[in-house]
Design a protein around this ligand. Structure first.
Ligand code: SUG
Length: 420
């Protein structure tokens, strides 16, 4: 077994649009009604994957879902062409692109049965995301069909679960036993807390984690109220590095003490509010970066360009690197179309520690396969979508044809289903 971290990026779907559906996600709310650019968005995501391949990291994909979701509309007694605009928008959202919300992953070295456990996220808090899980589960069952994996269904409602976005893992190396940290929300001022503590606890039990190496930590109300609708907007972890904003957690001293007791080698890199305000951290998505271990062992941060454009953030990062902090390299990527809906580089990927030989190869990519995917995107993805015009049958037909063309190119036809 050659266990390594594989990032599975959600390919931005052809229906990507700005309908402003996520209350508490400030970018999505701010951009409500803007014209989106699905083709550019998908190409930006592909360019990010290419940048990670160029760093020597293995790369996987998750696929856009069938949109509009006619099955879900039928459960509501609706048909797309007669549905109210808000239901159309909820059925059409390309939100499965944010693969960090697809599932929670516990790698094999952490679990009692030595399998890698995946629990699909129910995403019940937001209507437009609550119908993602059946197709996500179908994809996970295909990609991770090998007995090295245990794929679980969703935690039952009403316990909201938003997947890996609220889960962190620290380990001396990816293939060593780690400490898993589940971050939940209780309150968020005017905004919903989207990760219920009972959902996190259920996942830890189902994944057969060692309670002595598992932590449950409350996200601060202040962070949620400032727009950190997921923990991965204010904190992230990789290897032995925990990188967090000073105000990310409700009781950080207790958390840090317990973490140090479990893992004395942990390196906690905290960004003080006096240097980077919570508002700047959230607007720039400093923490929604990919903290990755390069093949040579160095830790690198793959950041959105908004982080470079925010003076307090870039100043802090440059000082950290110059001061020989644990983060040694900064890579900047442009994912502006996704960012405008509140999804940065980290939201776009799901990390799975696995032996690539156990993953269905159709879900793994190299540059040549990305060329083919980019060719389909260029040929089929709409150039622009005005959220006021989503009722247009020609647009819907184009979105459906685009996904079909992608699935055929990748030879993943199992995911095509007929209408009820
Ligand atoms: O759930 N945006 C997503 C962004 C998810 C980001 N993921 C992580 N932080 N891991 C959300 O809020 C906006 C879609 C819209 O408004 O149409 C949206 O769903």
């Amino acid at each position: 077994m050659m266990l390594m971290e594989i990032n599975f990026d959600g390919i931005v779907g052809p229906s990507h649009n700005y309908a402003g559906l996520s209350h508490g996600n400030l970018a999505a709310t701010r951009n409500r009604g803007q014209v989106s650019h699905p083709r550019t968005a998908a190409l930006q995501g592909i360019a990010k994957m290419r940048a990670n391949l160029a760093l020597g990291l293995p790369q996987g994909i998750l696929l856009p879902h069938a949109r509009p979701d006619h099955r879900w509309l039928a459960e509501l007694g609706l048909r797309y062409d007669r549905a109210p605009l808000h239901s159309q928008a909820q059925a059409l959202s390309a939100s499965p692109m944010w693969a960090a919300n697809a599932a929670t992953i516990s790698p094999a070295p952490d679990t009692a049965d030595g399998r890698c456990h995946l629990s699909v996220a129910n995403l019940v808090t937001m209507p437009h995301r609550s119908h993602e899980w059946p197709e996500t589960l179908a994809q996970l069952r295909l990609a991770f069909a090998d007995p090295a994996f245990a794929v679980h269904g969703p935690v039952p409602a009403p316990f909201g679960d938003e997947g890996a976005a609220n889960h962190m893992r620290l380990a001396t190396s990816h293939d060593a036993a780690g400490v898993e940290i589940f971050v939940y929300g209780i309150a968020g001022g005017p905004f919903p807390a989207r990760q219920h503590p009972d959902a996190s606890a259920a996942i830890a039990r189902r994944h057969l984690l060692n309670p002595e190496r598992t932590l449950f930590v409350q996200q601060s109300e202040e962070a949620i109220a400032a727009g950190a609708f997921h923990n991965d907007v204010v904190a992230l972890a990789n290897g032995r590095v925990l990188f967090a904003h000073e105000h990310a957690f409700a009781d950080k001293d207790r958390f840090y003490d317990r973490l140090r007791a479990m893992m004395p080698e942990v390196e906690i890199v905290e960004v003080p509010a006096a240097e980077v305000s919570l508002a700047d951290a959230i607007a720039s998505y400093l923490f929604n970066a990919q903290l990755v271990t390069l093949p040579g062992g160095e830790t690198s941060l793959v950041l959105p360009s908004e982080a470079r454009d925010t003076p307090s953030v870039w100043h802090w990062l440059e000082a950290h690197v110059a001061g020989n902090g644990p983060i040694r390299r900064l890579e900047v990527v442009d994912v502006r179309e996704s960012m405008a809906n509140g999804g940065g580089p980290a939201c776009l990927r799901l990390r799975v520690v696995a032996d690539p030989a156990t993953v269905d190869p159709r879900f793994l990519v190299d540059d040549a396969k990305l060329d083919r995917i980019a060719g389909v995107v260029e040929a089929y993805w709409p150039e622009a979508i005005d959220p006021a015009a989503i009722a247009d049958p020609a647009l819907v037909a184009r979105i459906e044809a685009a996904r079909r063309a992608l699935l055929e190119t990748l030879d993943i036809v199992e995911l095509t289903y007929t209408l009820p």
